[in-house]
Design a protein. Structure first.
Lengths: 607, 243, 297
């Protein structure tokens, strides 16, 4: 624990960062030209590695053809400077924008497919771009490539009108890389960065707290491509020459290895991975002969032996939220977040109008009717138990309400509006929050970070605000952290706050998931079998949390088989059997209802 | 014939069985009765070997088997009809029977393969009629009969059935249960798990009540009947403090 | 040559090339069935087998010896792949593990081939027919080599179909694919079946290599990777997991490629394949004959 803390303190301190910057600034004075060039390569590789880290490590979108983005950046900047004489600032900017556009466009087909389909698609994308580079000779110079690119090494490069040598180019790259690392850190530590990890873990679970997986993927591809494009531009001018061979499978693999070896999903990992792949092959000449073989072996073995890369090996982890030195704000500003989301519609506010209702909902699954015309109502401040034997349709109903399935027929209303068949993240954004039978927390984030995810739909700061640590983003984050502290106390999770969720016992994970749902400030809470696997003490805690929600006037729908648990919480129950409703009323009546008893125990004698 | 001593199963993170001990007499039908989540499937899975218990012992005909893999147990007289009417739905009825027979039979027995399969067709002509149809196209009851027929092709001594009545119409349940009685007559020991206690009681000689991973009662048919009559059974399901 | 003849020749060539794509797609399908895993090193497997056969041929051994040796080696590599890259990584929820690992094995083979046989193109001798042999049908010249490829690919696929559907082991493989736990309860050793499926997939890669190498004339360490993506497009087009789909997708892709190459430009051939991939994945990800999987929540 202490090692974790001291590393965090180190990386969060601006003094350390400034000191490091100064140290690196001295490189051209200390090292020979060849080595300075290596350092520049390291900087470029850091950008590449963080680029794939953002896309694959954080957002979980595998990318086997990443060199394609690199290529587009390189060619764009090279051509713009060579043919149009534009300055570096402009060419890099344009290369970044073009890449962002390409990334954005790619996110459409890529975002729709998963897993190995995506992998093949990115592999194909890599091949295609290389083919384009080979064939479009008029622009790219084909296989012969583009030479005569203004380069500091050839003395043909100028920056802001001044002829620039290698040392100056190094400083330019240093500044750019430092800026990008700063932006990267800010982004990853913001709610957007955390939402990347949420989508990676489970799109369903992310949508259930209001995160739009589609939007997140678009963002991931755009930003990742942008970074790789900048790297490509810097590379083109460093070399003075680029050919289609520089951007093939080999390069894509190198980028992948840098990210994986360094450690996906961390901030420092790719920096280490990039360093490793920049300096080691250069210093150990014999490796170059076997380069591909070694990289290939690294790919095969890394997931087996060091699945978290160097960063995981040395346990170097930065926290995924913004930290503050002084707690300046007080309580009234944070309470404004809570009241902001109050239900404004007076009519719906009253207790005799249902907040949620379903009308004749039918759901078929290829010939099997799971729900046969269910009409239920949910009123403010009540806890409704939804029970029934296996296969009765309880989970199906909750899945329909939360937008995971679409209805075959019937309607669902919330706050007097039709929400039937709306997408799940939109339904979550309305305030209908649900949990799942298996807690889908992000295992390698801490409890605190997972809880922060719950606040996602309440955040208002935008991408720029998050990336540049503008006041708005910082203020919001601090308020959210204070909110977290209170929930931590309420759910008795304070001692686990900075532990990684994946290492905690199941019961605690379940409580984290429920606490996270509560943080989303639901207007309706749907709990799907939350009691399964919980100990007696954990059950009591869960009951306390559900009552907390009820006391705020938020209705809860509870599915569970643990009858005592259900009985201690619910105001009334609806019993389903084989897709139909067979009882609605209080629990006492249910236990004496003949139909219910038959549904569970069967008929003694066959009529 | 089957003796289970104090087994604990932690199914992933959940305590599915917390110290369960049962004793099954041969050539009888023993019922395991309990609500959802009580651990019925886990118990049967532990017997057949799909799950290895974390603690405790399972004795089959005097030999300890709790660490033996499934594939061995099903070749030594145990057959398991899993819950959910699991079948090779994309293959024909005939192929399902072939698969049911082939991998659990000894070399000499393989000669009798067609004979045994034809016996199934004789007993259930409807299966014979549909023998080249995909198993997924059969009705629920027909599938259940097919699955049980597959299970007994290995001529097991112990047959486990996990909620065989689930989703079947009452008349079909009768058919299935009648078949189970026939099997009992020929000397097969049967363990049936059911959620619907009333159903299980129709054929059970002995029953165990399972509630959230623990045995809360057991006895012969009269005991079970008295539990039903006194509403004790409902409290097992709907959770109320018992004396 | 009339325009009709030109078109027919293109279509014929397309069918032959497509037949190889189908074989590759089939190789993908086999492991996908049993484990939902696709070997990302499948392409290099294709290349490696043909390299091995070539090296034995160059040592003077006859085809009848070289081919079985090549097959034997590649099948063993398939077994190693399953043990090292697939089985230990299946327990993780993410597929990135086995994707990267199988890719790694493929790249290792590619690098190894470079090391052993050099990076330059090696001439692969014609198999049975010379490049110039042809058969005349309706006035069109059909290359005998291509025809052989088409026929052999179809024969192999028919054999595979027969093995899968008629033999007990084929049925057992389908059983493990459908429900591995139930298969175990029926006494089927699922682990062995899975390993077998990877070995068969490797065998199919080897066959594809032997068939296509003579047509290419020369082989390089990279040619496997390139053709793998095409085979994958064929698999997706037809619907991954379906043998009918593999056949259909491969043939269709081959014909489209050759038509595009003949009427537009040869350099656009592969670009069109990628375009098809994007379109199909965007519109109908299950392909033409694919089986839809309902996600249980």
């Amino acid at each position: 624990m202490t090692k974790l803390n001291s590393f965090k303190r180190l990386t969060d301190s601006s003094v350390t960062k400034f000191a490091l910057f100064l140290i690196f600034a001295f490189v051209p004075f200390v090292f020979a030209e060849n080595d300075v060039q290596l350092f520049i390569f390291w900087g470029i590789n850091i950008l590449l590695a963080q680029s794939i880290n953002l896309l694959s490590g954080f957002a979980g979108q595998i990318s086997l053809g990443h060199a394609a983005f690199y290529a587009i950046g390189a060619y764009t900047s090279a051509v713009l400077m060579t043919k149009f004489g534009l300055s570096l600032v402009v060419t890099v900017l344009l290369a970044a924008l073009l890449n962002a556009l390409v990334g954005y466009l790619l996110s459409f087909p890529a975002g729709r497919v998963k897993e190995f389909y995506l992998a093949m698609m990115t592999l194909g994308f890599g091949f295609i771009i290389q083919e384009v580079a080979k064939e479009w000779s008029s622009v790219t110079g084909g296989v012969m490539g583009l030479s005569g690119i203004p380069s500091p090494q050839l003395g043909t490069f100028t920056f802001l009108g001044i002829p620039t040598g290698l040392a100056y180019y190094y400083w330019i790259v240093l500044v750019i890389v430092a800026c990008f690392l700063w932006m990267f850190k800010n982004f990853v530590q913001s709610y957007l960065g955390r939402s990347f990890l949420a989508v990676h873990r489970s799109e369903l679970s992310a949508a259930s707290i209001g995160i739009s997986p589609k939007y997140i993927k678009q963002l991931a591809y755009t930003l990742s491509a942008l970074m790789a494009g900048v790297a490509g531009a810097l590379y083109a001018h460093l070399m003075g020459y680029i050919g289609s061979n520089s951007f093939g499978m080999m390069q894509s693999i190198e980028i992948l290895v840098m990210g994986i070896l360094g450690g996906f999903g961390t901030i420092i990992g790719p920096i280490l991975g990039a360093g490793f792949l920049t300096f080691i092959p250069n210093k150990l000449q014999f490796i170059q002969e076997y380069q591909l073989m070694i990289y290939a072996l690294l790919l095969v073995l890394s997931f087996l032996i060091i699945p978290q890369g160097f960063a995981g090996l040395f346990k170097l982890r930065t926290s995924l939220f913004k930290t503050f030195k002084s707690k300046q704000k007080s309580w009234e500003s944070s309470s404004s977040i809570v009241t902001k989301r109050e239900i404004s519609d007076i009519e719906v506010n009253s207790t005799d109008h249902p907040l949620l209702s379903t009308s004749g909902v039918i759901k078929d699954f290829s010939g099997l009717r799971a729900l046969n015309g269910i009409s239920i109502e949910l009123f403010r401040g009540e806890i409704l138990g939804l029970i029934g034997p296996n296969g009765s349709g309880k989970s199906t109903l909750v899945n329909l309400i939360s937008g995971i399935y679409s209805v075959t027929d019937g309607e669902i209303y919330f706050e007097n509006q039709k929400i039937t068949n709306e997408q799940s993240h939109l339904i979550a954004n309305r305030g209908i929050i649900r949990t799942f039978q298996d807690p889908h927390n992000v295992d390698n984030m801490t409890v605190r970070e997972n809880l922060l995810l719950g606040n996602h739909r309440l955040y208002r700061s935008g991408i720029l605000s998050c990336t540049f640590n503008l006041k708005r983003s910082l203020d919001e984050e601090q308020k959210m952290l204070e909110k977290i502290d209170r929930i931590l106390g309420l759910s008795e999770l304070t001692e686990y706050a900075d532990e990684q969720v994946g290492n905690l016992p199941y019961g605690i994970q379940r409580i984290v998931e429920v606490a996270r749902a509560i943080l989303a400030e639901p207007k309706i809470l749907l709990l799907d079998e939350p009691a399964a696997g919980l100990s007696e003490t954990e059950l009591k805690l869960l009951i306390r949390l559900v009552r907390f929600v009820k006391n705020k006037g938020v209705p809860v729908v509870l599915i569970d088989h643990h009858m005592e648990f259900v009985a201690s919480l619910v105001d009334r129950v609806v019993v389903l059997d084989s897709g139909g409703e067979i009882y609605s009323g209080d629990m006492r009546g249910m236990k004496q209802n003949k139909q219910v008893i038959e549904a569970y125990l069967g008929v003694a004698k066959h009529a | 014939m089957l003796k289970i001593n104090d087994i604990h199963v932690n199914y992933g993170p959940i305590n599915a069985l917390k110290g369960v001990s049962i004793d099954v007499q041969e050539k009888q039908i023993t019922a395991i009765i309990g609500a959802n989540g009580s651990g019925k499937s886990t118990l049967l899975n532990a017997i057949s070997g799909l799950i290895i218990p974390d603690h405790g012992e399972i004795f089959y005909n005097g030999t300890s088997i709790q660490t033996k893999p499934v594939e061995d147990r099903v070749k030594n007289g145990i057959a398991h009809v899993m819950e959910g009417r699991r079948l090779f739905k994309d293959q024909s009825v005939h192929d399902n029977l072939l698969l049911g027979f082939y991998f659990r039979s000894s070399k000499e027995n393989k000669k009798n393969m067609m004979k045994q399969i034809n016996e199934v067709y004789e007993r259930f002509p409807i299966l014979g009629e549909k023998k080249h149809q995909q198993a997924g196209t059969l009705s629920g009851g027909q599938q259940q009969l097919l699955i049980i027929s597959m299970a007994i092709l290995s001529k097991p001594q112990l047959l486990l059935l996990d909620e065989p009545s689930l989703g079947l119409a009452p008349i079909v349940v009768d058919q299935v249960y009648q078949y189970l009685n026939e099997l009992k007559e020929v000397g097969v020991t049967i363990i049936v798990s059911e959620q619907m206690a009333a159903l299980a009681m129709r054929i059970a000689d002995y029953g165990y009540l399972l509630e959230r991973g623990k045995i809360v009662g057991h006895g012969d048919v009269q005991y079970l009947q008295s539990m039903m009559d006194s509403d004790e059974m409902t409290s097992v399901y709907f959770g109320e403090a018992r004396a | 040559m009339s325009s009709l003849q030109f078109a027919l020749e293109l279509i014929f060539t397309g069918l032959c090339v497509g037949a190889v794509y189908s074989l590759i797609a089939h190789g993908f399908n086999i492991t996908f069935w049993t484990t939902k895993v696709v070997n990302f090193g499948h392409g290099p497997f294709i290349m490696f087998c043909s390299m091995i056969v070539l090296s034995f041929l160059m040592k003077g051994l006859p085809w009848i010896v070289s081919i079985p040796i090549g097959f034997a080696i590649i099948v063993i590599i398939g077994l190693i792949l399953e043990r090292v890259s697939v089985r230990p990584l299946l327990k993780y929820p993410t597929s990135m593990g086995w994707i990267v690992s199988t890719l790694g094995v493929g790249l290792f083979l590619q690098a190894l081939a470079s090391k052993i046989w050099g990076a330059q193109a090696l001439a692969f001798p014609p198999f049975i027919f010379e490049a110039t042999d042809y058969v005349s049908i309706f006035g069109i010249r059909l290359s005998a080599q291509y025809l052989l490829v088409l026929v052999m690919a179809l024969v192999i696929m028919m054999l595979m179909e027969m093995v899968m559907n008629k033999t007990i082991w084929g049925k057992a493989m389908k059983a493990v694919a459908h429900d591995p736990n139930f298969a175990r309860v029926m006494g089927i050793k699922s682990k062995i079946v899975i390993t077998l499926s990877f070995m068969i997939s490797a065998f199919l890669a080897g066959v594809a290599g032997i068939l296509i190498a003579p047509i290419y004339g020369t082989i390089t360490p990279e040619f496997g990777m390139n053709i793998m993506v095409l085979g994958f497009v064929a698999a997706v087009l037809g619907g991954i997991g379906s043998s009918k789909g593999a056949l259909f997708g491969g043939l269709l892709l081959g014909v489209i490629e050759k038509l595009v190459g003949g009427y537009i430009s040869t350099s656009a051939e592969h670009g069109v394949a990628f375009l098809i991939l994007i379109i199909i994945l965007a519109l109908k990800p299950d392909g033409f004959f694919g089986v839809k999987v309902v996600q249980k929540v």
